[in-house]
Each structure stands twice: as structure tokens, then as C-alpha cells.
Write a protein that binds this ligand. Structure first.
Ligand SMILES: Cc1cc2nc3c(=O)[nH]c(=O)nc-3n(C[C@H](O)[C@H](O)[C@H](O)COP(=O)(O)O)c2cc1C
Length: 182
């Protein structure tokens, strides 16, 4: 079925209809600056293999955005399917200067970075901002991945698709020997 994307009745209609059909991993973006720490449930994709780079799109009104702009760094924690409650919590604003403490989100520290990661995730990466561009109602940050932590015992990623959280299914191919899928 083909649908014209009009926003006359609901300005989020296009997002609900089509952007929601992009299956995403659920990520928590972390940032810190000047004694403040925050995080936001968010969206991530990679945009370069060498050097490794990822892109995130952050709302200009969020505290996490402000802290990324001040510190020029951020963390990306890829959530395990046991961490849905953290995704829900980080998706709302928290009281006080430290959202990790306020919401009891367990912290993974990385030397050289103030940005906290989320402990217990299947992977955490720490990035330095290389580029920043306004994109519609968000700001796109491209970061180079400088440090990374992975937990190979944690296989099942938490996903989101069609405005719901989802659990992964099972492999449907062998691991690629090289190239894509990465
Ligand atoms: C599943 C999910 C995905 C989200 N993705 C994004 C996103 O990609 N960019 C964004 O700016 N906010 C996104 N949000 C909303 C932020 O997490 C939310 O605005 C958060 O309260 C920001 O917190 P802060 O003000 O402490 O930074 C998402 C929320 C959820 C629940």
C-alpha cells in the first residue's frame, strides 16, 4: 500500500508510518560535563568502518544534547534484552545533576572519558564528536569510536520496531567471513 506523507492532522504521522519500520538496536547515549551526567535512550548507526564512526541524532532540547555539545564526547551503550526497564527510564528526564544516580542506572566508566556508559550492556563505545549538523528537528552527531567494551556472553540485543520493544529471533545465516553484513 502506498501512502502520501501528509502532516496535516498529525505532525508525527510520517514517523509513525514509515520511520517506525526501521528496526533499530536500543541504545542509551551518555554524556557528562561540569559535574552533570545525563543519558537518553536513542538511535545509532555506523557510518564508517575505518576509522570506526557512528552517528546519533539528538533532540536539541535534551540535557544529553547540551552535555555532548559542551564535552564533545558521548558514550553509546547497546542494550541487552534484559535491560528494557533502563531504556524506558532513560527515555524520560531525571531530577538533579546526575541522571545515572537519580535513576539508579549502573555506570561503566572509561578512563579518558567523562561520559558514563551503562554497565551490563552487550557493548559500550566511547566516541569523540567529529561532526555536528542540524537535521530537521534533531542534531546529528558523528563520533569516532575511541574505546569499546563488549560482553560476548550477552547475545540477545534489545530491539525496537513498529513502536514497540522487541527481542531478537535466531540467526538465519552463517557469520559472514568478511565484508557485509558487518
Ligand atoms: C526507544 C526510544 C528512543 C529514543 N530515541 C531518541 C533519539 O534518537 N534522539 C533523541 O533525541 N531522543 C530520543 N528519545 C527520547 C530521549 O531518550 C528523551 O528525550 C530523554 O528524556 C532525554 O533525556 P535528557 O533530557 O536527560 O537528555 C528516545 C526515547 C525512547 C524511549
Amino acid at each position: 500500500m502506498s501512502t502520501a506523507l501528509s502532516s496535516k492532522t498529525d505532525r508525527y504521522a510520517a514517523a509513525k508510518l514509515i520511520l517506525s519500520r526501521i528496526a533499530h538496536p536500543v541504545a542509551i547515549i551518555g554524556a557528562a560535563h561540569g559535574g552533570e551526567r545525563s543519558c537518553a535512550t536513542g538511535t545509532v548507526m555506523y557510518v564508517s568502518h575505518v576509522p570506526p564512526m557512528v552517528a546519533i541524532a539528538e533532540h536539541p532540547g535534551s540535557r544529553t544534547t547540551r552535555l555532548i555539545q559542551a564535552s564533545r564526547e558521548f558514550s553509546v551503550s547497546l542494550l541487552h534484552d534484559s535491560q528494557q526497564e533502563l531504556a524506558v527510564a532513560a527515555g524520560k528526564s531525571g531530577e538533579g545533576p546526575d541522571k545515572f544516580a537519580a535513576l539508579k542506572i549502573p555506570v561503566a566508566e572509561q578512563s579518558g572519558f567523562a561520559a558514563p556508559g551503562v554497565a551490563g550492556s552487550l557493548a559500550v563505545m566511547w566516541c569523540r564528536v567529529g561532526e555536528e549538523h542540524p537535521t530537521g528537528d534533531h542534531i546529528l552527531f558523528v563520533g569516532e569510536v575511541i574505546e569499546a567494551l563488549t560482553d560476548d556472553r550477552k547475545i540477545d540485543a534489545l530491539l525496537r520496531y513498529r513502536r514497540r520493544y522487541m527481542r531478537m529471533g535466531h540467526w538465519t545465516s552463517e557469520e559472514a567471513p568478511e565484508g557485509y553484513p558487518t
